[in-house]
Design a protein around this ligand. Structure first.
Ligand SMILES: NC(=O)c1ccc[n+]([C@@H]2O[C@H](COP(=O)([O-])OP(=O)(O)OC[C@H]3O[C@@H](n4cnc5c(N)ncnc54)[C@H](OP(=O)(O)O)[C@@H]3O)[C@@H](O)[C@H]2O)c1
Length: 236
């Protein structure tokens, strides 16, 4: 039977690349985002997928959405929080709460709301900042490490549903659009030079890891780091 995959945050970047991969492997795909225009553009590119506007900060909206999907074989959560870094001396508690509300709450709410219909796997997308000891990323690190800390707990608690995460390093997506084009290109060039892989990631690099975690039925409780070796470079 055709597997059904839901990608929350599937209208751009890593989520959209994942949707393409899932369709290519013969799955039925449902993508969501907040912006109706972005959703329409994504559906036009994807061709065969369905989609809906759902704000993943809104637990009731997520519950209503999963009440309409039917059984879900794989849930992938690529919802992102606010971009950019903040020096710890400038971090406000509102800024910290925004980070939590923008990513930790939506990922948790998505997993919780999908429970009645989820039967195969759940994959979160976290971030290398969780363990990178990078100045300016204390809030990002806390949020992403919070999601990663749930992975082994949920892998046991929700079994036989498998629960994993992919932790990307730097990936060329709209997440970086808070920088102007020139600064973004220079930033990527500098980061690439310091990585063992000698390049920044593409959305499909991460989509391929997500596809592996959905397909490999003997893998659960894992945080898979797909970072071009960034964790090694930062320790050097
Ligand atoms: N790009 C990187 O370098 C990088 C590195 C490490 C980790 N990550 C993580 O990878 C994941 C995907 O990021 P990306 O780079 O692919 O970013 P992106 O291109 O900006 O995509 C983010 C997606 O999430 C959706 N989204 C955001 N907030 C949402 C909400 N409250 N409810 C529903 N959908 C929401 C967006 O749609 P709308 O705009 O319509 O809301 C969009 O579809 C994120 O969790 C990010 O933190 C990215």
């Amino acid at each position: 039977m055709t597997e059904r995959v839901v990608i929350l945050g599937g209208t751009s970047g890593i989520g959209l690349a994942t949707a393409h991969r899932m369709l290519d492997s013969g799955r039925e795909v449902i993508v969501t985002g907040r912006d109706a225009g972005k959703l329409d553009a994504a559906l036009a590119k994807l061709g065969d997928a369905r989609g809906e506007v759902v704000d993943a900060r809104d637990h009731a909206a997520l519950q209503a959405f999963f009440g309409s999907t039917g059984p879900v074989d794989h849930l992938v959560v690529t919802v992102t929080g606010a971009p950019g870094t903040t020096a710890f001396a400038e971090l406000t508690m509102d800024g910290l709460r925004e980070g939590v509300d923008g990513k930790l709450v939506p990922h948790t709410a998505a997993a919780r709301a999908a429970l009645p219909v989820l039967r195969g796997s759940l994959t979160f997308v976290t971030a290398a900042s969780a363990g990178a000891a990078m100045p300016g990323t204390a809030a990002l690190a806390a949020v992403n490490a919070g999601i990663e800390a749930m992975v082994p707990v949920l892998a046991v608690e929700l079994a036989p549903v498998r629960v994993n995460a992919v932790s990307p390093g730097v990936v060329d997506t709209a997440w970086w659009d808070f920088l102007d084009a020139g600064t973004k290109a220079a930033t990527f060039e500098a980061i690439a030079a310091g990585l063992p892989a000698r390049r920044v990631g593409t959305p499909d690099d991460i989509a391929s890891a997500i596809a592996f975690l959905t397909e490999n039925t003997y893998t659960t409780g894992v945080v898979l780091r797909v970072d071009g070796g960034g964790r090694l470079a930062s320790a050097a």
